[in-house]
Design a binder for this molecule. Structure first.
Ligand SMILES: Nc1ncnc2c1ncn2[C@@H]1O[C@H](COP(=O)(O)OP(=O)(O)OP(=O)(O)O)[C@@H](O)[C@H]1O
Length: 606
């Protein structure tokens, strides 16, 4: 049976996550309905006991059926609870399966999504969607659904009972119930439904601003902006409180009327009963009245169950929609006839691309070639599209038109595993795990020997880092007292790339190495990594790319100039202007700071 099928009916969509366990949900619901009906029977026996007592008054010894009625009430009460227990077991088993499958299906789908999808979403927000959504839908299926079914089934049995004893009292009891239903229905639909969605959204906004506020405390303190920084968080709290107040006020009248009507049976029944019974005592009429006084409070229980279960369904439905949004994101297409890479030359042929949801193209008609073992640099103004262009090679996104070839094979026809094996992508922002340095590097090549890892670390200029750590390469990063600077983290990440030894290197040169010594070492490691490889480097410091084979100048998603450094300088165009500005800024830096780096190194590239 296929797990998860998107359907227009969201309840069926949700249930499909349970697979064949969905039948347990159905059985659970049927049992919950039976239990609800059986739960009414003890009330009849209690009433019968009262009836017998009243009819034999004052000769109580004649009340011979009391014990039988009592046992029957107890029997049906226990039977009803027992069946409800089994019903809950069934719905729980199915709900647990549903939660588990929802998590597995969503996580599996995430693994198939283009890597670019994750650049738009924080891992925290994805985790929250998956955890929170599966937990709320589990809660609904396990508890609220059987409650809702029993609350819907009970009124039918209840109505039969109401009219089988005394139609007048039955009709009278029905008036507050009908009023309550009429109030409840609009509360569960239309603007109130939207209000509930908005309520959830404003709660989420407030929570994420709270996280943002706590995360930003060091920055805001540095700039002594505590009140300013609190403004956003304060605004979400105020918005939330404003919303909740107006929501509560809007519910005030209908909810009060609802509560009054579901609890107001007595206000109608007792005076009506007294009027009907009149001055001459009619025991049969009096008994009917007692019966309705015993029975009608069940109605308020039913109404409350309907209200809370419907609310929980609305929340579960919103959660399901969030999961469906992730599942609707198209995974990368796997080629039916995958081909192997024969060389490591890269070609961009008429490539155009725009980000999902954007109207403007980020890259327009890009054409260039990187021959095997050549190094090409991308330069240009911020936001021009350099990173976007580089991320298209390892298929973070698929191109909208044109093609990207590696060794004459379209990247779309290369198996993901082979593509990833052949490319190392060095990001500006390093991601190290809270694990030992050894395991952090081993991610690049699981079966590598310790000596290979040490060699890679040494080539990545990490010897000084390892030496100062208490347990050498077995030191766990992030453990108390073990902290690596940004530059040191970058060097550990470079060791991974050296160990992986992929023939194609895509390198996003970091700009934020504050420490000149780190910067020098990283440049040295970069040199080692790129030897004999096909390299695409996104350069921010022009000195490092002076000797590359070709430089592409990207502006507004287009290649506006291309060629080696000297040719571009001679052309006296955009690049020449960038180069002059860059040199000016280097001179300015040297004048203002006593950098320990040799200026020759800086200008010639290392
Ligand atoms: N994930 C994304 N979703 C939507 N738009 C994006 C995304 N990433 C980048 N962009 C947009 O694409 C354009 C190009 O961005 P890109 O990061 O490729 O530029 P860049 O030249 O690498 O900039 P920088 O030098 O500052 O890193 C920008 O306008 C940016 O806002």
């Amino acid at each position: 049976m296929k797990l998860y099928e998107k359907k227009d009916n969201k309840f069926l969509s949700l249930l499909s996550f349970s697979g064949k366990y969905k039948y347990l949900t159905i059985i659970g619901c049927i049992l919950a309905g039976i239990s609800a009906v059986l739960g009414l029977i003890p009330f009849i026996y209690i009433w019968k006991m009262i009836e017998e007592i009243i009819l034999v008054m004052p000769n109580y010894s004649n009340a011979v059926n009391l014990a039988h009625y009592g046992w029957m009430a107890l029997f049906y009460g226990i039977l009803s609870i027992g069946i409800y227990f089994v019903a809950l077991m069934c719905t729980h088993l199915s709900a647990f399966r549903n939660e588990r499958n929802m998590k597995i299906i969503t996580m599996n789908h995430l693994l198939k999504l283009p890597l670019g999808f994750f650049s738009n979403k924080s891992s925290g927000s994805l985790r929250k969607i998956i955890d929170y959504s599966s937990a709320t839908t589990e809660g609904f299926l396990a508890h609220s659904l059987p409650d809702l079914i029993s609350a819907l089934v009970t009124p039918i049995a209840f109505l039969v009972l109401l009219f089988s004893y005394n139609w007048f009292f039955g009709a009278l009891s029905l008036i507050p119930m009908t009023i309550a239903l009429l109030i409840l229905m609009p509360m569960m639909r239309g603007s109130n439904k939207e209000m509930l969605i908005k309520y959830q959204e404003s709660l989420e906004d407030m929570n994420s601003e709270a996280v943002e506020y706590v995360r930003g405390i060091p920055v805001t303190k540095t700039f002594q902006q505590s009140i300013f920084s609190f403004k956003n968080f304060h605004k979400t709290i105020k918005d939330y409180s404003k919303f909740v107040t107006s929501y509560s006020i809007s519910c005030q009248v209908p909810y009060t009327c609802f509560t009054v009507s579901i609890n107001g049976f007595f206000a109608l029944l007792i005076p009506a009963g007294i009027l009907l019974i009149g001055s001459t005592f009619n025991p049969s009429l009096f008994l009917d009245l007692i019966f309705y006084i015993i029975l009608t409070p069940i109605a308020s229980l039913i109404m409350n169950k309907i209200m809370f279960s419907s609310q929980n369904w609305m929340i579960a439905k919103q959660s399901l929609l969030k999961i469906e949004k992730i599942l609707d994101t198209k995974p990368l297409e796997e080629s039916k006839n995958p081909q192997h890479i024969k060389s490591h030359q890269i070609n961009f042929n008429n490539v155009s691309f725009k980000y999902p949801g954007n109207t403007k193209e980020t890259l327009k008609n890009i054409n260039f070639e990187i021959k095997e073992n050549e190094t090409i640099a991308l330069v240009g103004p911020s936001g021009g599209g350099k990173t976007t262009l580089a991320t298209l090679i390892p298929r973070f996104w698929d191109v909208d038109s044109g093609e990207i070839l590696i060794g004459d094979v379209n990247v779309k026809n290369i198996k993901e595993k082979e593509l990833m094996k052949n490319i190392s992508f060095i990001f500006q922002k390093t991601q190290l795990f809270k694990n030992s340095i050894l395991n952090n590097v081993l991610i690049a090549k699981k079966d590598a020997k310790k000596s290979e890892v040490l060699e890679a670390l040494s080539a990545a200029q990490c010897d000084d880092i390892i030496k100062k750590l208490p347990d050498g390469i077995d030191t766990v990063i992030g453990k108390s007292g073990v902290h690596l600077s940004g530059g040191e983290q970058q060097r550990i990440a470079l060791a991974r790339v050296i160990l992986k030894d992929a023939p194609i290197i895509i390198l996003d040169e970091a700009t934020a190495f504050a420490d000149p010594e780190n910067e020098y070492k990283i440049q040295k490691a970069f040199k080692k990594i790129t030897e004999g490889k096909t390299v695409l480097i996104i350069a921010h410091r022009l000195s490092t790319i002076k000797n590359v084979d070709k430089i592409l100048v990207i502006q507004s998603g287009e290649i506006i100039e291309s060629g080696p450094h000297n040719e571009l300088i001679e052309a006296d165009g955009f690049y020449k202007n960038m180069w002059d500005n860059y040199n000016e800024s280097v001179q300015w830096k040297v004048k203002n700071f006593q950098s320990p780096i040799n200026l020759d190194n800086e200008k010639e590239g290392v």
